[in-house]
Design a binder for this molecule. Structure first.
Ligand SMILES: C[S@@+](CC[C@H](N)C(=O)[O-])C[C@H]1O[C@@H](n2cnc3c(N)ncnc32)[C@H](O)[C@@H]1O
Length: 275
C-alpha cells in the first residue's frame, strides 16, 4: 500500500468504512453496494430507484423524444442498473463509465448488451469521439467530482448539439463543502451548489432548462428506504455483515436528517448543449 493509499484507508476507517473505489480488476463488488442493490431490488445506488428514473425519463422524452434512438452515456454508472432499465424502456445505444473496477466488472458480466468502460469521468474527453452523445445522465455521481466545471466542459465536447444533460444529486447552499461522511466506496461527497453550478453550465456551453427541487421526494424515498432496511434486518443479517448494515442505516439516517433540516437538498438539473 502506498503512502497516499494508506492515508485514504485511514480516512475511510475514520468514517467507519472499509473499502474504496480503487482500480482493482479482480476485486469483488463492494459488499455495502451489493446490500443497497438487494434492498432496492435492482442495481441502482441512487435515491428513488426506479421512481427517480421514471421521473427523469418523463421529462427528457418531453424535451426530445428522439433521444431514445440516440447514444446515451451514464457517467458514474455503478452496477449498470439504470442503463438496463433504459434498455427495457426501448433505448438501444447505451454506454456507461465508472471509476470503480468492481462495479464495471459486475455490470459487464451482467448486462452484456450495454457498453461499459472503466474510466475516470474526468478523462472522458480523450476516450470518446467529439459530439457522440445525445443524452448524458448522472445519477448520484457528480457529488464525487471535485472539479465539476471541468467535467461539464468535457461532457459538452463529447455531446452533440442539443444533447440533453441530466444531473440528479444532492445540493447544498455551501460551495465545495464536503459532507462529514464518505460514500460507500470511500469517496468525498461534495453536493452541488446551484448558483455556481448554473454559472459553470453557462460557461461550458450548456443551457439550463430546469433545476427541480426534489427534497421532498428524497425525504420520502429515504424514509421508505430506512423502513425497508429495518423491516428486512433479519433477512439481511443472513447475507451481509452487521457492520455493513449498520453503516448503511446510519448513512441514510444522516442524509435524511440533513434533508429534513434543510442543510441539504435533492435536485435534478436538465440542460441542453448550445452549439
Ligand atoms: C452512489 S454511486 C451511483 C451509481 C449509479 N449512478 C447508480 O445510480 O446506481 C456513485 C458512483 O460514482 C462513481 N464515481 C465516483 N467518482 C467517479 C469518477 N471520477 N469517474 C467515474 N465514476 C465515478 C462511483 O464509483 C460510483 O459507482
Amino acid at each position: 500500500m502506498t503512502h497516499s493509499n494508506k492515508k485514504i484507508d485511514q480516512e475511510v476507517r475514520n468514517y467507519g468504512g472499509s473499502e474504496y473505489g480503487l482500480v482493482n480488476a479482480n476485486a469483488e463488488p463492494n459488499s455495502k453496494r451489493l446490500l443497497l442493490s438487494d434492498l432496492r431490488g435492482g442495481d441502482y445506488a441512487h435515491a428513488g430507484d426506479v421512481e427517480a428514473i421514471d421521473l427523469v425519463l418523463d421529462k427528457i422524452l418531453k424535451i426530445n423524444p428522439k433521444v431514445k434512438s440516440g447514444n446515451v452515456l451514464d457517467v458514474g454508472c455503478g452496477f449498470g442498473g439504470t442503463l438496463e432499465y433504459l434498455r427495457n424502456q426501448g433505448f438501444t445505444n447505451l454506454y456507461g463509465v465508472d471509476i470503480n473496477a468492481e462495479s464495471i466488472n459486475y455490470a459487464k458480466t451482467k448486462y452484456q448488451n450495454i457498453h461499459f468502460d472503466l474510466l475516470d469521468a474526468l478523462e472522458i474527453e480523450s476516450f470518446y469521439p467529439k459530439e457522440k452523445f445525445d443524452l448524458v445522465i448522472m445519477f448520484n455521481s457528480i457529488y464525487a467530482i471535485t472539479d465539476k466545471k471541468k467535467l461539464l466542459e468535457s461532457l459538452a465536447k463529447i455531446s452533440k448539439k442539443d444533447a440533453i444533460l441530466v444531473v440528479f444529486d444532492y445540493s447544498s447552499p455551501k460551495q465545495n463543502k464536503a459532507l462529514p461522511i464518505l460514500d460507500f466506496s470511500g469517496k468525498k461527497m461534495l453536493p452541488i451548489e446551484l448558483k455556481s453550478f448554473s454559472t459553470d453550465l453557462k460557461e461550458t456551453n450548456w443551457h439550463l432548462i430546469e433545476a427541480k427541487d426534489l427534497s421532498n421526494e428524497f425525504i420520502t424515498w429515504y424514509s421508505k428506504f430506512i423502513d425497508r432496511l429495518r423491516n428486512k434486518k433479519n433477512y439481511l443479517e443472513q447475507n451481509f455483515s452487521k457492520n455493513d448494515i449498520n453503516q448503511v442505516e446510519s448513512s441514510f439516517s444522516y442524509f435524511l436528517n440533513q434533508l429534513k433540516n434543510k442543510n441539504m437538498e435533492g435536485v435534478v438539473i436538465y440542460a441542453t448543449k448550445y452549439k
